[in-house]
Design a protein around this ligand. Structure first.
Ligand SMILES: [Zn+2]
Length: 258
């Protein structure tokens, strides 16, 4: 399985920045988990092949690139963009984003080949298939009903928290996934911002360290994602100081193969 977190901004030299303002994970170049920067950062080949977008939750940094992605492809789509989301997320998208005021209600529109958007509903905690992947959704602990996912192909599985604070079910599923090859876990804020991280239901290095005690396999690679870009350096310093085993800071744009 190939996993790539797309870049969302550029540095002053014009190259992709390590700072992750928006979350989009492209799996095997053909499935997107979240769409924060999907339209802005995917390759031409990915734009041709991605027709399935699976959403963790509808916060803007996870969906901002979705309306533009559909818009860009509108005339040429020979099959709809399939948005995999819970009923609650679909209602939020239709009410707050695709409402003709913020952006067109694509679910009411067709091109010459047919509808351009199809919603495919999943229940939190359910498992479903998207192309060659089996997806286990897991309820996590965030300001709005949100999902982590365990993605499996025939060779291996990887787990992604999306946005979350302290949680149990996600770690329980990780522990019961025998072919789990890596965990991608959020750590948004530095320790000194604990008020905000607790209120907004994100993790900080010390609290993440406690959370990772729940992982039984201490050999599993842990990739840190969704660091708030303005605090990235201090979060990384604190994560290193916390001596978390098998710690990796996910490198935006890099393709990880499992
Ligand atoms: Zn969020």
């Amino acid at each position: 399985m190939r996993i790539q977190f797309l870049p969302s901004t550029i540095d002053s030299d014009g190259k992709a920045s390590d700072r992750q303002h928006l979350m989009t994970v492209v799996v095997d170049d053909c499935i997107a988990v979240d769409a924060g920067c999907l339209a802005m950062s995917c390759s031409d080949q990915q734009r041709e092949s991605i027709r399935d977008v699976i959403l963790t939750h509808p916060h803007l940094d996870h969906i901002a690139g979705l309306p533009i992605f559909i818009d860009d492809l509108f005339a040429q789509l020979k099959e709809p963009i399939r948005i995999h989301a819970t009923r609650e997320m679909i209602e939020i998208l239709e009410r707050d984003i695709f409402n003709w005021a913020i952006y067109p209600r694509f679910s009411e529109l067709s091109n010459e080949y047919g509808p351009v958007v199809e919603y495919i509903e999943f229940d939190r905690g359910s498992s479903f298939e998207v192309k060659h992947l089996r997806i286990q959704s897991v309820a996590v602990n965030h300001k709005i009903s949100a999902n982590g996912f365990v993605l499996s192909d025939e060779g291996s599985s990887i787990a992604i928290t999306g946005d979350t604070a302290e949680t149990d079910e996600f770690w329980r599923i990780c522990n019961s996934t025998s072919d789990l090859a890596a965990i991608f876990v959020e750590c948004a804020f530095p320790n000194e911002m604990s008020d905000l991280s607790i209120k907004s239901q994100h993790l900080s290095p010390d609290r993440l360290r406690s959370e990772l005690q729940k992982v039984k396999n201490k050999e599993l690679p842990i990739y840190i994602i969704n660091l708030k870009p303005m605090y990235r350096d201090s979060v990384i310093e604190q994560l290193i100081a916390a001596e978390i085993p098998n710690l990796n800071i996910m490198k935006v744009g890099n393709v990880y193969t499992f």
